[in-house]
Design a protein around this ligand. Structure first.
Ligand SMILES: *Cc1c(COP(=O)(O)O)cnc(C)c1O
Length: 405
């Protein structure tokens, strides 16, 4: 075989985001919107205006796309997983977001938002983080732009995510351990919001397709490069669209990122695996799309896990990135319309998928991503040669310590 015969799809593909927007009030069907204190309204209006103005701005996209290529390492490969394909009796490709700089898809969004923040004249970036993945991606982007960076973390997460705290500090960020409340992610969000209200000079960099409008639209836009690439890649390699696309779902950004390119192709079935923890028959889970009730939560109308009194309840998942009692509003809408199927994946199923991918393909996925792999294993049982893509949202180095062989 000459090198010419190798179908090198990477060099032919641009990470070009896909434009697709909610209605002008920020709603996807019945979900989304902007439920914020009045003092934040001017800041949100300015952000909305900035976002709509960059959509057709060539200079902005020139810089964004060249950073995605040379700094993040995009396009990420679409890899034909031969042994996983043989194991399931299908043709399975993996979209390798684990190979991005910093090891997950989150960097696609932090690079995009930090370019907007710089245009708007901000010099300080704040964010909250649970496991530390979004904190590391934010601290990385802030270092790249020479901006001040503060990361809020619940005290419990601060104590247990030592390695990521050190990474953020190494990158020049100040990591703040939030003592109030139960020391969880929710308390970190409250602290970051408080700081945001009091400091007009700070830009709040949200890490998933959640929160008040325009954040779900912004994060969706910057993550849509995953789907935009995957669609071009599968057409080049297989000359047709896939039968299935799978992803894991926490707030929903990597899932919407890959789904966005296939949503209008009814023949492509979209399936997401959400954290079902110890099962959906008890409260130890994060299965918002299967169990949640519509309510206003953290500035948006969305599905939320609730207790007997109808108040938001704490979630649980083995994967810290999925451990969230809300969900991006667009996913709530896609559940209602039936366009996406949301499968509850238990810790046990995810752990099995985690180990399987390591042994079959030499790829250790993030525990979060293993929920997408498990959703594929649940769905592709019929050995009928279906063409499938699984989004591997991140790498699993951070998780190996806690998994029994
Ligand atoms: C944060 C994270 C997730 C979950 O977030 P989404 O917004 O649902 O994508 C999934 N995978 C990895 C590797 C993560 O770091």
């Amino acid at each position: 075989m000459t090198t010419n015969a190798i179908n090198n799809t990477r060099t032919q593909i641009l990470p070009q985001p896909i434009k697709y927007l909610p209605d002008q009030d920020g709603f996807f069907g019945n979900y989304g919107g902007q439920f914020i204190p009045p003092e934040l309204k001017p800041k949100f209006d300015q952000l909305t205006e900035q976002f709509y103005s960059i959509l057709d701005d060539e200079e902005f996209h020139k810089e964004l796309i060249s950073l995605l290529i040379d700094y993040v390492g995009r396009p990420s490969p679409l890899y034909y997983a031969r042994r996983l394909s043989e194991y399931t009796g299908n043709r399975v490709y993996l979209k390798r977001e684990d190979l991005n700089h910093t090891g997950a898809h989150k960097i696609n969004n932090t690079i995009g938002q930090i370019l907007m923040a710089r245009r708007m004249g901000y010099k300080e970036i704040i964010a909250e983080t649970g496991a530390g993945q979004h904190g590391v991606a934010t601290a990385t982007a802030a270092a790249l732009m020479g901006m001040e960076c503060k990361i809020f973390m619940g005290r419990k997460d601060y104590d247990r995510q030592f390695l990521n705290v050190k990474r953020m500090e190494m990158l020049g960020a100040q990591v703040i351990s939030v003592e109030q409340g139960t020391g969880s992610l929710k308390d970190a969000v409250d602290a970051a919001l408080g700081y945001f209200i009091e400091n007009p000079a700070a830009y709040y960099l949200i890490g998933s397709v959640v929160g008040p409008h325009p954040y779900p639209a912004i994060v969706r836009y910057f993550q849509s490069v995953i789907g935009s690439e995957a669609r071009q890649q599968i057409l080049l390699k297989e000359n047709r669209l896939p039968d299935f696309v799978f992803a894991a779902i926490g707030g929903g950004s990597n899932a919407i990122g890959i789904f966005s390119a296939f949503i209008d192709d009814e023949q492509v079935k979209l399936v997401a695996g959400e954290g079902a923890g110890l099962g959906i028959d008890n409260e130890k889970n994060a299965a918002t799309l299967n169990l949640g009730k519509p309510m206003v939560f953290q500035g948006m109308k969305t599905l939320t896990l609730t207790d007997d009194q109808g108040n938001p309840r704490p979630s649980y998942s083995i994967a810290a990135g999925l451990d969230y009692p809300g969900i991006g509003p667009e996913h709530a809408h896609l559940r209602d319309t039936g366009r996406v199927k949301y499968l509850p994946i238990t810790d046990e199923q995810a752990t099995r998928a985690f180990k399987l991918l390591a042994r079959l393909e030499g790829i250790i996925p993030a525990m979060e991503s293993a929920h997408g792999v498990a959703a594929a294993l649940e769905t592709l049982l019929d050995k009928t040669g279906k063409l499938a893509i699984i989004n591997i949202s991140g790498r699993g180095d951070k998780d190996v310590e806690r998994i029994k062989l």
